[in-house]
Write a protein that binds this ligand. Structure first.
Ligand code: ADP
Length: 356
């Protein structure tokens, strides 16, 4: 399967991103751009915890990749002046791994558990007791002679992060005192992220270049920062001291990221849908064969963005291109031949369709 990681517009972190991302991460709540509601909720939570002089409630951060969940967890730690331990669901293979981490935490420490929806079942069950009673039962021995020895834990704050809150079992979800849902950023906020990052990188950048990059960043700070680095590299190679609009357009078209943030695969999917299947409906596997990709790649990589932004829709009869999808690849959509505003080729669909 072609992975999402190879794409400039992938919201998933890459190895090459990590050093650059750490350098650009905001360190305080006031530096964190956008997400006003979440920021003020967390601010209240932290202020109250500081007043009580006790660790904050467990916090669940949910939302698509690249929107700032890890950044917020680090900010929580620095605002609480608490140490932070970072791990992730897939890194914990046995309940014992988690018990070892929990029992070595310090009073008030923050445990950041990324991709918490991928925690193995036994570890998840162990977490229930740990979150609620700050206790784990360590099982000693095997079979009928096995005994559970309760082990008291320090008061810690669990910060869980997930891209799939819907996959969390409710007993786990319910044990979080507070859930913050991060949403995609609007273009002004992304422009602000780019302006801030450019300043930190010591780059001079024109306003129009900022807007150009912002428009192609899919509402995701991680993508914005990555595209900014691409434009910086391009400008450097071409001897520009200041990052200009022309550097942004040239660099991003070189990386095949178009003016709305669609990349080669996104456009190939749309184009196949429109030109080969007359806008659909067509089944996922047929569509995937038409673009020479695995169904899974099309479904998990291209489709969420195309659906969320109203270029295509999922219907019970298959995938269809929306009017906006037709136009984006340079074709006029056929006149609606069914009732309702969101009908193409006789197929009704909801707008905006779900991104799940
Ligand atoms: P997630 O954990 O949700 O995948 P991260 O917290 O790792 O995302 O964020 C990715 C990068 O985007 C960070 O390195 C940071 O530089 C940048 N970023 C995320 N959110 C913001 C924000 N609100 N303001 C400024 N930069 C941000």
């Amino acid at each position: 399967m072609a992975t999402d990681d190879a794409r400039e517009v992938s919201p998933a972190p890459r190895i090459e991103d990590s050093a650059a991302e750490n350098a650009l991460r905001p360190h305080s709540l006031s530096e964190f751009i956008g997400q006003e509601r979440v920021r003020s909720q967390i601010d209240v939570l932290l202020t109250a915890a500081r007043h009580r002089k006790s660790p904050a409630d467990h916090i669940l951060l949910s939302g698509p990749p690249g929107l700032g969940k890890t950044t917020l967890a680090l900010i929580l730690a620095s605002e609480m002046e608490a140490p932070i331990r970072i791990t992730s669901g897939p890194a914990i293979t046995h309940a014992g791994d988690l018990a070892a981490i929990l029992s070595s935490l310090m009073e008030g420490e923050i445990l950041f558990l990324d991709e918490i929806h991928r925690l193995p079942r036994p570890a998840e069950e162990l977490l229930y007791l740990a979150m609620e009673d700050f206790r784990v039962d360590v099982v000693v021995g095997k079979g009928p002679g096995a005994t559970a020895i309760p082990l008291q834990l320090p008061h810690f704050t669990l910060v869980g992060a997930t891209t799939r809150a819907g996959l969390l079992p409710s007993p786990l979800r319910d044990r979080f005192g507070f859930t913050a849902h991060l949403d995609f950023y609007d273009e002004n906020e992304i422009a602000e992220v780019i302006r801030r990052s450019a300043a930190l990188l010591g780059l001079e950048i024109q306003m129009q270049a900022i807007s150009e990059i912002a428009g192609r960043s899919r509402g995701t700070p991680r993508i914005a920062n990555r595209l900014l680095r691409r434009v910086r590299d391009y400008a450097q190679v071409h001897g520009s001291q200041i990052l200009k609009h022309s550097d942004a357009t040239a660099a991003l078209s070189m990386y095949e990221v178009d003016e709305l943030g669609l990349d080669r695969l996104d456009r190939a999917v749309l184009l196949a849908l429109v030109e080969r299947f007359n806008g659909g409906p067509v089944g996922l596997s047929t569509l995937a064969i038409a673009v020479g990709e695995e169904s899974e790649t099309v479904e998990s990589v291209a489709e969420p963005f195309l659906v969320r932004n109203g270029f295509m829709a999922r219907t019970p009869r298959g995938r269809v291109a929306t009017a906006q999808g037709w136009r984006h690849v340079g074709h006029e959509p056929p006149a609606a031949n069914s009732t309702g505003p969101n009908a193409i080729n006789g197929v009704l669909f909801d707008m905006p369709a779900s991104d799940a």
